[in-house]
Structures are given as structure tokens and as C-alpha cells.
Ligand binder design. Structure first.
Ligand SMILES: Nc1nc2c(ncn2[C@@H]2O[C@H](COP(=O)(O)OP(=O)(O)OP(=O)(O)O)[C@@H](O)[C@H]2O)c(=O)[nH]1
Ligand SMILES: [Mg+2]
Ligand SMILES: [Mg+2]
Length: 318
């Protein structure tokens, strides 16, 4: 059997290079084509990093050195309402601009953006997805800073975020991922709320409060909050306890329940270009909704089955 063959097909105006493991690159021939052929091999050092198909892709961004930023701008402890509003405002714009995002979940200095398992955005290339989301988020965060913090001019070093892509092969695993992030929000917020009340109202030193909280469980912290500071943790604002969920909402649920039909009554071909274009337009028109709700239980998902619905014409599985 023949092995790998390096082939360059020269057409009249185009050069098509099949010699790499990547999809063939097409470059217009011009006067520097000889120079290109001499140096063109360096392309082969690039890694093709497309993520596997049929996986939900989560891009999680996280503020870089956010603790320092909190100190510099004197954010309220443990939660600065305005800082969270700014995070959410930036995330909404990212969701609006990338229609393949079906849901985003944010808490503290992080946001997870869930791309539909069928997305073909940027050919599912990991670096393009992660950098696009992280830079779009950061740009929005900086752009909207002055309207949220008119009293705190933004200075260098500007806020930045890192971003990573993780693939989840099943809805169940994706749901577990989101539950993990929301449970993390709850655990950290309960700890931080208790800690900062002990320090700021209880006048304990940081080390003393930390020592006192060592080995405590959730019910102990609830008790400390209630008996010492008169705080019922369950009455703390939902934005702090649950984090923020952003999703596309469709007023017409049937538009996304997998039963699409064409105007002549035939079932639409899910892969057809016009069908995909229609779908895209619907997503662009959808309302982008922001809520502070539980996403660990089934209630949220049962009420909105379209969020994790399969592509049109496919059965829901798992
Ligand atoms: N005061 C205050 N701190 C916050 C708020 N939101 C997040 N933080 C802090 O931001 C930090 C976020 O944690 P990390 O992302 O692990 O830490 P980081 O400093 O960003 O470090 P890297 O992510 O590794 O660059 C934690 O220390 C949180 O307590 C807030 O509203 N107010
Ligand atoms: Mg961080
Ligand atoms: Mg973080």
C-alpha cells in the first residue's frame, strides 16, 4: 500500500497543498510564490487542534490575578455587587456575539460558555475558540468598566483572562460539570461570607478566623452566621449563592424541539444550508436571559428542554 504522498497541485491561479495533516491550504499564486515555496514548510509546525465532533464544548475563562485587582480597586468583601454586574454584562455580550453558545454560567472571576455539541464555529479549533471568547470577554469587561465604576478609573495593568476548552461527550457529563461549578460557588460563598463576617464584624484577625473555621461543615457555618451575626444564609442574595446563568430563550418552544418542518409540510433536512441559516437567524433573534437560579436540580432543565436539545431532526439521547 502506498504511504503518505506529498502532492502540490498547481491550477491556473491556485496552489493547493495536500502535504500536511491539516485540511488543504489554498493560497493565491503571486510573484512571491517561489519565496512561499521556500519558506512554506514552516506551516507544518502548526498544530491542528480541532476538538472532536459530537462533544459539548465548554470554554471557561478566569480572571488573571483577580485577587490583586480586587485589592487595587478595593472591591467589597466577600462579594462586590458591581464587579459581578460587570462580569455579567461582559458575558451577555459574548453570548450575543457567538450564536452557538447555548448557555453560560458565571461565579467569582470565572465564566463557562457552553457551545452546542454540533457547533462548527472555527472548525471547532480549540485555540481559536478559547482565545476568541477570552479576548471578547476581556474587551467587553474593560469597555464597560467606566459605566459600572465611574468612581474608579481603570488603569494598567488592565484586567485579563485566561481561557481553556474542555469537551464533554454527554449531556449528563456537561450537567455534572455545571453542577460542579455551582457547588463550588456555594461552598466558597458560604465560607467567604462566614470568614468576612468574623473578620469585619466579629473583629477577629484573618488567621484567627481561618483557624476557627478549620474543619467546620456547612451547618457549622450557617450556625455561626445566625447566632453571632443574625444572618440567615438562605436569605443572602441569590446572585452570591447561586452565581449567574445566561441562556438563549425561545418564546416558541417548538422552534427548537427537533420537529422542524418546511412550509410544504415535509420534515426539513437538518443539514441543509437554508435550514442551518434559518436556525442561525432564530438563535440571533432569541432573547438572552440572565438568572440566578439552581442548575444542579432537574427543574431548570425540565422547564427549558430546548437549551440542550439535539440538532433538528435528531433524537434526544442519553
Ligand atoms: N473582594 C472580592 N474578591 C473577589 C470577588 N470575586 C472574586 N474575588 C476573589 O478573586 C479570586 C479569584 O480566585 P482565583 O481565580 O483562584 O485567583 P486569581 O487571583 O484570579 O489567580 P489566577 O486565576 O490563578 O490568576 C478569589 O480570591 C476571590 O475571593 C469579589 O466580588 N470581591
Ligand atoms: Mg482568577
Ligand atoms: Mg477563579
Amino acid at each position: 500500500m502506498c504511504g503518505r504522498v506529498n502532492v502540490v497541485v498547481l491550477c491556473r491561479h491556485l496552489e493547493i497543498d495536500f502535504s500536511t495533516s491539516q485540511p488543504p491550504a489554498i493560497t493565491a499564486l503571486h510573484s512571491t510564490s517561489m519565496a512561499n515555496s521556500e519558506y512554506g514548510y514552516v506551516r507544518n509546525f502548526e498544530q491542528w487542534d480541532a476538538l472532536p465532533p459530537s462533544n459539548w464544548i465548554v470554554v471557561r475563562i478566569d480572571g488573571r490575578g483577580f485577587s490583586k485587582l480586587c485589592k487595587k480597586y478595593d472591591f467589597e468583601k466577600p462579594n462586590d455587587k458591581r464587579a459581578l454586574i460587570l462580569m455579567n454584562a461582559a458575558a451577555i455580550e459574548v453570548v450575543r456575539s457567538l450564536v452557538d453558545i447555548v448557555l453560560a454560567y458565571g461565579q467569582s472571576d470565572e465564566y463557562s460558555f457552553v457551545f452546542h455539541e454540533s457547533t462548527t464555529l472555527f472548525e471547532r479549533r480549540a485555540a481559536k475558540l478559547a482565545t476568541t471568547v477570552a479576548t471578547a470577554f476581556t474587551a467587553e469587561y474593560c469597555m464597560q468598566w467606566s459605566s459600572v465604576f465611574p468612581d474608579k478609573p481603570l488603569e494598567r495593568p488592565f484586567p485579563t483572562s485566561d481561557g481553556r476548552c474542555v469537551c464533554y461527550p454527554k449531556r449528563k457529563v456537561l450537567r455534572d460539570y455545571l453542577s460542579w461549578r455551582q457547588a463550588d460557588c456555594h461552598i466558597n460563598n458560604l465560607y467567604n461570607t462566614t470568614f468576612w463576617n468574623m473578620v469585619l464584624k466579629g473583629e477577629m484577625g484573618n488567621a484567627e478566623a481561618e483557624q476557627a473555621l478549620k474543619g467546620t461543615v456547612a451547618s457549622d457555618k450557617n450556625e455561626i452566621l445566625f447566632s453571632r451575626f443574625g444572618i440567615n444564609y438562605n436569605n443572602e442574595p441569590l446572585i452570591y449563592r447561586k452565581g449567574t446563568v445566561i441562556y438563549r430563550a425561545y418564546d416558541d418552544h417548538n422552534a427548537h424541539d427537533g420537529n422542524a418542518s418546511t412550509s410544504d409540510g415535509k420534515v426539513a433536512d437538518p443539514e441543509s444550508r437554508t435550514q442551518m441559516e434559518k436556525e442561525r437567524k432564530k438563535r440571533m433573534k432569541a432573547r438572552v436571559v440572565l438568572e440566578h437560579v439552581d442548575i444542579i436540580g432537574d427543574a431548570f432543565w425540565d422547564a427549558r428542554p430546548y437549551i440542550l436539545a439535539a440538532k433538528r431532526g435528531e433524537e434526544m439521547h442519553e
